[in-house]
Design a protein around this ligand. Structure first.
Ligand SMILES: C[S@@+](CC[C@H](N)C(=O)[O-])C[C@H]1O[C@@H](n2cnc3c(N)ncnc32)[C@H](O)[C@@H]1O
Length: 345
């Protein structure tokens, strides 16, 4: 997507410009190299723990099926990969207006989040913009894809200036953050397949309903729940204005918890793999193992992964060392990210 109309005023954001735990931005070439011998046999790809959607962006020449348990990620997937037509000039105009607006009135965001992750002034602006997007949608002045574009722009803008070390489990106390909220347009440099589909459900439920050629699986690997780490973005995306609690201002997240962050992760993984209908399965799983603290320990052992996958076909393991985004802890050891590839029998 190229902005011809107001290029001087509105800037673009790439799919990889968001801070996101476990993102695979730096592994895209590695993933591509593992898949490349099979590319011609693949017409559809399901990225069932899609997160930012960065891995899906490797497959824009295919039919893409994205999924994530978080609604905030789902809306971003609709923006990046959805098939519904949208008016670029309308989005540019609204983003221009939002970037230039100063907001005096208090709202849900300023009442609940002032001077936590954002200043009071930025909170007022976030609350105002999110409310306006919803009003435009309810009044049918923007369609679902346009709403997703605008919410995604807002979430990316919030993430750029949040007073955190990359996730929302806590905010940095006493830091004066004067950065301004600047919405940018998601930059789509590809043409979306009109048959792309985006889902917002448990991956284990979804795989029972789809039959793509390749399923890519990148579950959380430790006890860190994504709904805890990204609760503020999820709250703004859903815009149900729930009560929030404690210093971190978290809402109730019971329905968003992932089994992959608990002791029953091996059973969840087995159920997932057993219910996939596809020619190929590709799994990413980190091996922080015993090197990290208790919270970082992997929930599924290598033996469990290999045994579960071997029941579906021949397994090949590929490995790449890389420096993971680790929320501010720069002295972590290098992570080894492995890809397990299965040609399904
Ligand atoms: C490791 S991240 C994926 C990162 C992604 N590959 C990327 O490059 O951005 C795992 C994702 O799985 C999602 N998730 C966790 N449990 C899930 C479940 N049961 N079903 C669907 N998504 C789930 C989380 O919200 C998170 O976005």
């Amino acid at each position: 997507m190229q902005g011809l109309l107001f290029d001087n005023f509105v800037r673009y954001a790439s799919i990889s410009s968001r801070r996101y735990l476990g993102n695979k931005y730096r592994l895209l070439q590695f993933i591509d190299s593992v898949i490349s011998p099979y590319r011609e046999n693949i017409r559809s790809v399901a990225d069932v723990f899609a997160g930012t959607g960065a891995v899906s962006s490797l497959f824009t020449d295919k039919q893409i099926i994205t999924n994530d348990i978080l609604y905030s990620n789902y809306l971003c997937h609709i923006a990046w990969f959805g098939g519904e037509a949208y008016s670029e000039s309308k989005i540019i105009e609204l983003i221009q207006q939002y970037n230039q607006t100063d907001v005096e009135e208090s709202n849900y965001m300023s009442e609940n989040f002032s001077n936590t992750y954002f200043t009071e002034c930025v909170c007022k602006k976030i609350g105002y913009i999110r409310e306006d997007i919803e009003s435009l949608f309810n009044a049918k002045k923007i369609n679902f894809r346009e709403r997703a574009f605008l919410v995604a722009s807002l979430l990316y803008a919030m993430d750029k200036i949040a007073n955190t070390c990359g996730h929302y489990d806590a905010f940095r106390q006493g830091v004066k953050n004067l950065a301004q909220l600047e919405l940018k347009i998601p930059e789509i440099t590809w043409v979306n397949n009109p048959e792309n589909q985006c889902f917002n459900e448990d991956a284990n439920a979804l795989v029972r309903k789809i039959q793509p050629d390749l399923v890519y699986i990148d579950p959380p690997y430790n006890s860190r729940q994504y709904c805890d780490s990204y609760h503020v973005l999820e709250n703004v995306a859903r815009w149900e204005k729930p009560e929030v609690f404690g210093v971190a201002r978290k809402m109730n997240r019971d329905s968003l918890k992932s089994r992959y962050c608990t002791r029953s992760a091996p059973e969840a993984f087995q159920d997932l793999i057993n219910n996939i209908s596809a020619r190929y399965i590709l799994v990413s799983y980190n091996n922080m193992g015993e090197e990290g603290d208790g919270r970082s320990n992997a929930k599924i052992s290598d033996t469990e992964i290999l045994d579960i996958l071997a029941a579906r076909g021949k397994v090949e393991v590929f490995s790449s060392k890389y420096k993971a985004f680790s929320a501010g802890k720069s002295n972590r050891p290098q992570n080894e990210e492995r890809l397990f590839f299965v040609v399904v029998r």
